[in-house]
Design a protein around this ligand. Structure first.
Ligand code: ADP
Ligand code: MG
Length: 238
C-alpha cells in the first residue's frame, strides 16, 4: 500500500501552466523528497496528490486505482501541516482525535488509535496538556499524530519544519526518519532545503519551474547530476 502514480499530470492557474505534463511513480514505502527553489511547484504537486487542488489534465493512481476525481478524504492519504495548525483550546488528546471525531469513528477505536500514536511519538505523558504547554518539537509531533491516527497509506509533509529553529529542525528530521522506519509507510516530504533532502530521502525528485530535472537516490544525484541545475542545487561537483 502507498504506491502513487502521476500520469501526464498538468496544472494551470489561469494562463500560467505551473506543472507541464509530468510523469512520476512513488513506490510503496519509499521516503520521497520533492526539492527545488521557492515557487517551483512543490506544494502544488503535493496538493494535487492530496486532492486539495484539482488537476487540469492527466491521471493520478493510488495503489493501482484511479484517484483522479476522488475527494481528499477518500484517497487514504494524510497531509501533515505545520504545528501552528493545532487547536490551542483543545488538549493534545483532542487535537489528535479530531479527524477521527469528524469521521464519526467509534469512541473506543478513537482512544485506541490516539494512544497508539501517542506511544509511537513519545507523547503519552502529554495527552492532557494543551499545545501552548508544549515545546515546538512536541507540538510538531502532535501535528504528525493527527495524521498517524488516520492510518493512511501515505503521509504528505509540506515543509513541516520550516517554522522551527535550526537545532530543533535537525532533531525533528531524525524523528521523522525514525517514524518512517517504524511505520514502513510511503512518505512524500516537500522542502527547499538541500540538506534535509540529502539526509532524509530514499529518493529525491528535483523540480525546477514545475519540471522534474532528475529523480534518484541522494548518492545518485550527488555522483551523477544530470545537469548543472541539479549539480548546483545538490551541491555536487559538475
Ligand atoms: P513551492 O511550493 O515550490 O514554493 P508553489 O507550488 O506554492 O511552489 O507555487 C508554484 C507556482 O504556482 C508559483 O508561481 C505560485 O505563485 C503559483 N500558485 C500556487 N498556488 C496558486 C494559486 N492558488 N493561484 C495562482 N497561482 C498559484
Ligand atoms: Mg511550498
Amino acid at each position: 500500500m502507498g504506491k502513487i502514480e502521476l500520469k501526464q499530470v498538468t496544472k494551470r492557474f489561469g494562463d500560467a501552466e505551473v506543472i507541464p505534463p509530468l510523469d512520476l511513480t512513488i513506490h510503496d514505502g519509499e521516503f520521497t523528497v520533492f526539492v527545488g527553489p521557492s515557487g517551483c511547484g512543490k506544494s502544488t504537486l503535493l496538493r494535487l496528490i492530496a486532492g486539495l487542488e484539482d488537476i487540469t489534465s492527466g491521471h493520478i493512481e493510488i495503489d493501482g486505482k484511479d484517484a483522479t476525481t476522488l475527494v481528499p478524504a477518500k484517497r487514504g492519504l494524510a497531509m501533515v501541516f505545520q504545528s501552528y495548525a493545532l487547536y490551542p483550546h483543545m488538549s493534545v488528546r483532542k487535537n489528535i482525535a479530531f479527524p477521527l471525531k469528524m469521521a464519526k469513528m467509534d469512541p473506543a477505536e478513537i482512544d485506541r488509535r490516539v494512544e497508539g500514536a501517542a506511544s509511537v511519538l513519545n507523547l503519552t505523558a502529554y495527552l492532557d496538556r494543551r499545545p501552548g504547554q508544549l515545546s515546538g518539537g512536541q507540538r510538531q509531533r502532535v501535528a504528525i499524530g493527527r495524521a498517524i491516527v488516520r492510518e493512511p497509506s501515505a503521509f504528505l509533509f509540506d515543509e513541516p519544519l520550516s517554522n522551527l529553529d535550526a537545532a530543533l529542525r535537525v532533531g525533528m528530521r531524525m524523528e521523522i526518519s525514525e517514524l518512517h522506519k517504524k511505520l514502513d509507510t510511503t512518505m512524500i516530504y516537500v522542502t527547499h532545503d538541500q540538506v534535509e533532502a540529502m539526509t532524509m530521502a530514499d529518493k529525491i525528485v528535483v523540480l525546477q519551474a514545475g519540471v522534474i530535472e532528475q529523480v534518484g537516490s541522494p548518492l545518485e544525484l550527488y555522483r551523477a547530476p544530470r545537469n548543472t541545475f541539479v549539480a548546483g542545487f545538490i551541491g555536487s561537483p559538475k
